[in-house]
Design a protein around this ligand. Sequence first.
Ligand code: SAM
Length: 220
Amino acid sequence: MENTWSKVDDYIQRKTQSRDEDLQHVLDHNREQGLPAIDVSPNEAKFLYTLAKMKDAKRILEIGTLGGFSTIWLAKAVQPEGKVITLEINPHHAEVAKANLQNTSLDHLVEIKLGSAHASLEELIVSKEEPFDFVFIDADKESCVPYFQAVLKLSKRGTVIVTDNVIRNGELINKESKDTGVAGVRALFDHLATLDHVSSTSLQTVGSKGYDGFSISIVE
Ligand code: SAM
């Protein structure tokens, strides 16, 4: 079945992404540089781009840059003069992302903040950073709740918050799981259930990245 999911993903990408949108060279570069293959898939990246465009987002925050594949798509969405701030703890990942961005015409739209996302988020809050329109949370899943809480302080009515990898091959509903990532996403769902000013849903996905999904929230 996974083979079919990948073939369908390839088909969708061929039919819906132009040559200009083909960022396979970015993914190839990330692998050459030894980065793990945990970037979003091309169709997921375009899904994020589409959501950001639907929101007419001008200010985007991303937690978890890796080699900047999703970052480039988010930067495309804020053109010509928006801003993407992306947080990354690993210096090598940040360097690779910087090089990938420098190969695009979008570099000036992106700020990569190197360091623990916890510290960077705190800095953004303390410095009273203008609220973001769209946030993509895609780092260590153990920290989903603290990231979500911090992101709410950087949000306004209408801010859209997407968290990746919340289904985890269906393990989301396994309360016996010893996986700390599963515990992290379960804690996120528990937290979302307590928030009456945030409306959330989640979509299960299959594709070249297997069986997973996004949670999508809007601040009301
Ligand atoms: N969004 C990227 C994409 O789709 O191209 C993929 C991000 S990857 C799934 C997660 C990234 O989060 C890794 O590069 C990892 O180094 C980073 N990360 C993990 N823990 C972090 C932390 N505490 N603070 C900031 N970044 C962190």
